[in-house]
Design a protein around this ligand. Structure first.
Ligand SMILES: [Zn+2]
Length: 200
């Protein structure tokens, strides 16, 4: 058994021994909100946003981007499970800023082994063959953190399956301080819009 597999199963045993009344949690998130954020190992949404089991949905992918699949999860989150407020949280020093579509496509075409990175960028040192399948994926890389948060909040807000009444807040998590820093332009774009009466 791999060392990691053993460690994970041991940790899980300890966790489940202390599971207690979490067995009775309902499926819908008790605090009615969802967070879309990056998979980066330094980010722990339960800690940075104060979540306990049962509180909120956390949707994660590389970059915390509003991909079609992230939107699929958000739509299920409100339509079937009742969330009413959403966060898009990207972060400083994101790996998605270190490459472009062409970079990763070239690396994958060269080999399927783990690439290396230095001050001159990414290099492939593996032995091939690689694959050109990467050419058909939009990798959703990030050139500017604040801009990517605004883009993603805007894409979610403008999506035809997202009701206008859900506010979407845009933030950047600072990996040096643990703080959430607002992206005002994103929060502005993400404001809930309510139907106004004819007289208003
Ligand atoms: Zn990241």
């Amino acid at each position: 058994m791999s060392k990691i597999l053993k460690q994970v199963l041991e940790a899980n045993k300890a966790y489940s021994n202390d599971f207690g009344d979490k067995a009775d949690l309902p499926m819908p998130p008790g605090r009615h909100f969802a967070i879309l954020t990056c998979m980066d190992a330094r980010l722990d949404p339960a800690k940075y946003a104060g979540l306990a089991e049962g509180d909120a949905h956390v949707i994660r992918n590389a970059g915390g981007r509003a991909s079609d699949d992230a939107i699929r999860s958000l739509v299920i989150s409100y339509k079937l499970l009742g969330t009413r407020e959403w966060f898009v949280i990207h972060h400083t020093d994101c790996g998605m800023e270190t490459f472009t579509d062409n970079t990763i496509r070239d690396l994958l075409a060269s080999s399927l082994e783990t690439a290396t990175v230095d001050e001159n960028g990414w290099h492939d040192t593996g032995t091939g063959p690689g694959s050109t399948e990467g050419d058909f994926i939009d990798w959703l890389t990030i050139a500017d953190q604040a801009k990517s948060v605004v883009e993603d909040v805007r894409r979610i807000k403008e999506h035809s399956l997202v009701p206008p009444g859900i506010p979407v807040y845009g933030y950047i998590f600072d990996v040096k301080s643990g703080r959430l820093i607002e992206v005002p332009e994103a929060t502005q774009a993400g404001k809930a819009r309510h139907k106004t009466s004819a007289a208003a």
